[in-house]
Design a protein around this ligand. Structure first.
Ligand SMILES: [Zn+2]
Length: 284
């Protein structure tokens, strides 16, 4: 039997289509990845399905896709049972389901995934992990629904992102990364740790107007003094954000909110800019 060369988006779209058709509005979100992965794989690949999904001790990894023991057919998805957040568990299951659909033939012994694999959404990090993350984000957080929660023109705050993380049972980080993909506003996410930028992701509108950081093949960029990410964080200004003067992050002022991940030990700064700079851009 040949396997269709499907992209992560196509797989997620196919599943989204099925879920839209069969799940009632009340049951539609969050996606029950356990049930979907088992049902869909049994239906689509009855000789090679996902037969087991469970938590287990998995030191050093968030999850993995494992071949069934000799003599049995199919695959198992294991998540690290020390994870407590429903969002992280659900996201991990979706990521591993993505590996099953996209990569099991190339990795017949399975794949184990670290926490780093779950949060690096930049393709430079690794194609296989990137594809699993694209699949997970598309499956859990379809953009047509996400746009109804937060309009592409809206300036966001932490409450809105929390609402979406909750609706989709995804981590705050995954929900924020998903938003940046479709917002029409000029915004950039800056992921930092220990005072330095690890990587960053710009919205399309921001990128077109010069709002971006290059982080590969260049010296580490320090977090600017005076930013929330540099340590000025209180519960209040984290929740509502602060307005920053020009010259701190970029030549123009911006609103910064931060999203923490205690577990991942890094900070995501969400920097949002006035959209008026677009005018200058169009004049050229
Ligand atoms: Zn992975």
């Amino acid at each position: 039997m040949t396997t269709d060369r499907m992209t992560p988006q196509k797989w997620a779209y196919q599943l989204t289509h099925i879920l839209n058709a069969y799940a009632s509005d009340r049951e539609r979100f969050p996606v029950n990845v356990k049930a979907v992965a088992k049902d869909f794989s049994h239906h689509k690949y009855p000789d090679d399905p996902i037969t087991k999904i469970k938590g287990s001790s998995l030191p050093g990894f968030d999850g993995g896709l494992f071949k069934a023991p000799k003599g049995r057919k199919g695959w198992g998805i294991i998540y690290n049972n020390s994870m407590r957040s429903t969002g992280r568990i659900n996201y991990t299951l979706a990521h591993e389901f993505g590996h099953y659909l996209l990569h099991r033939l190339d990795y017949p012994d399975g794949i184990e995934c670290s926490e780093q694999d779950m949060v690096r959404w930049d393709s430079a990090y690794g194609k296989v992990e990137h594809e699993a993350n694209i699949f997970a984000a598309n499956l859990l957080m379809p953009l047509d629904d996400y746009r109804k929660q937060i309009s592409p023109k809206t300036v966001i705050d932490l409450d809105m992102i929390e609402h979406c993380a909750d609706r989709y049972a995804a981590s705050l980080i995954a929900a924020t990364l998903r938003w940046i993909e479709y917002t029409e506003r000029r915004a950039i996410l800056v992921i930092s740790r220990d005072g330095f930028i690890l990587w960053a992701r710009s919205s399309k509108a921001a990128f077109r107007t010069g709002i971006y950081f290059r982080t590969s093949n260049c010296p580490p960029i320090p977090i600017p003094k005076g930013s929330l990410a540099s340590g000025l964080i209180t519960t209040e200004n984290q929740r509502h954000g602060i307005e920053l003067q020009p010259g701190i992050w970029f030549d123009e002022g911006c609103k910064e909110i931060v999203v923490f991940s205690g577990h991942y030990n890094f900070t995501i700064s969400v920097l949002q800019f006035e959209n008026s700079a677009m005018k200058n851009f169009h004049k050229e």
